[in-house]
Design a protein around this ligand. Structure first.
Ligand code: HEC
Ligand code: HEC
Length: 316
């Protein structure tokens, strides 16, 4: 009897492990189905430092989103500013005119041209999916509507944008209460209420109104559990006694990328976490991703939080 109990406990263990390992909500933000954005007042709106004005309709225009600072950037290719109707939205709708994007999309500023083209290829072929389908479904539809040559023009634009600090990393035990709202972005709740951070990264806009208006000057604050940066640094430096492989071997001593291997320094920590999780769970695959598979195989979610916090805290 005793042997039977032990054997069945062993059989049940991996299942229990998988159940506990569902993609965590905090990393894959999705607004609740009944979430209602505040009503559109139709009024012209502004962001600090720009003399331009746009209405909510302009902000929501998938084929001509606002360009608040036209003098900030090189002329935008048609695909970046207007997409390819009716399917492919303007890239700057989500990645912003600066490529820095929002934590629920991706910071693509300064990525290598060939890497960007390759990723669109992987979205198109079904090799790259998110563990939460909502997070990658747009990119998959867009990639299917574009050829590599069309993507290349957008890739060249974004690869030339210098990456700067976009998410400020704050170690803490307590975080502002928050919710997921417009555009599946996470926002701090009104008031000063706090809750324990637990095993999460909570990334919210520095200025909620500006972020909603797609202001490329208004960044984010990422709260990470106290001690994460140091733990991540140790994993990066030592590989954690065989738990993982030193990231700097492939991503460069300063983690800013080498050749076609993307830079990680200063990127959104929830984005980094999602990619580690997706690669570990086999939803993001690809020839070059194979190099990452032994890196992530043994990582726990806490390890991924620590690694993401450390990467995000490095100077981009
Ligand atoms: C509607 C929002 C939206 C638009 C518009 C959009 N993207 Fe994305 N993009 C995303 C999201 C969300 C992700 C993250 C997907 C994931 O995590 O799997 C992403 C990821 C990417 C990545 C992967 C970045 C990396 O580091 O691997 C690239 C490259 C990219 N997008 C390029 C583009 C280009 C080029 C365009 C314009 C043709 C575009 N995107 C338009 C939302 C968007
Ligand atoms: C043996 C080489 C190698 C090592 C070691 C390595 N990586 Fe990677 N990593 C890659 C390659 C190559 C890619 C790009 C995959 C692709 O092109 O789709 C990548 C992609 C990534 C991505 C996705 C980036 C994006 O823009 O979407 C993350 C996150 C990442 N690595 C984190 C890490 C971390 C953290 C470590 C250390 C614990 C690490 N890597 C170690 C080769 C490596």
């Amino acid at each position: 009897m005793k042997a039977w109990i032990c054997a069945s406990a062993l059989v049940l263990l991996p299942m229990a492990g998988m159940a506990a390992d569902a993609p965590p909500d905090w990393a894959y933000p999705v607004a609740p189905p009944d979430y209602k954005a505040p009503p559109d007042t139709g009024q012209p709106m502004h962001v600090p430092g720009s003399s331009l004005a746009f209405t909510q309709k302009d902000v929501d225009n998938s084929f001509d989103p606002p360009d608040w600072f036209p003098n900030d950037h090189a002329p935008m290719p048609q695909l970046v500013a207007h997409g390819k109707a009716p399917v492919v939205h303007a890239c700057d709708q989500c990645h912003l005119t600066s490529g820095h994007g929002h934590p629920e999309s991706a910071n693509i500023a300064g990525l290598p041209v060939d890497y960007i083209v390759e990723q669109l290829g992987q979205f198109r072929s079904g090799m790259r999916k998110s563990s939460v389908a909502r997070r990658s479904s747009n990119m998959i539809d867009f990639a299917k509507g574009l050829t590599d040559d069309e993507v290349k023009v957008a890739a060249e634009y974004f690869s030339k944008v210098p990456r700067h600090v976009w998410s400020k990393i704050v170690e803490t035990d307590m975080v502002p209460k928050s919710y997921v709202g417009e555009g599946n972005m996470r926002f701090a709740a009104e008031g000063t209420a706090k809750e324990p951070i637990g095993h999460r990264i909570i990334e919210v806009p520095e200025n909620e109104e500006s972020a909603k208006l797609r202001d490329p000057h208004s960044g984010f604050v990422a709260y990470v559990p106290a001690g994460s940066i140091k733990t991540g640094e140790q994993l990066v430096a030592t590989g954690g006694n065989g738990k993982t492989i030193q990231c700097t071997i492939c991503h460069g001593a300063d983690l800013k990328g080498v050749g076609n291997v993307p830079g990680l320094a200063g990127r959104s920590p929830i984005y980094i976490f999602r990619q580690l999780y997706d690669i570990q769970h086999g939803t993001r695959t690809g020839n070059a991703v194979a190099l990452m598979e032994p890196v992530v195989a043994k990582l726990t979610q806490d390890d991924m939080i620590a690694l993401a916090s450390y990467m995000a805290s490095r100077t981009p």
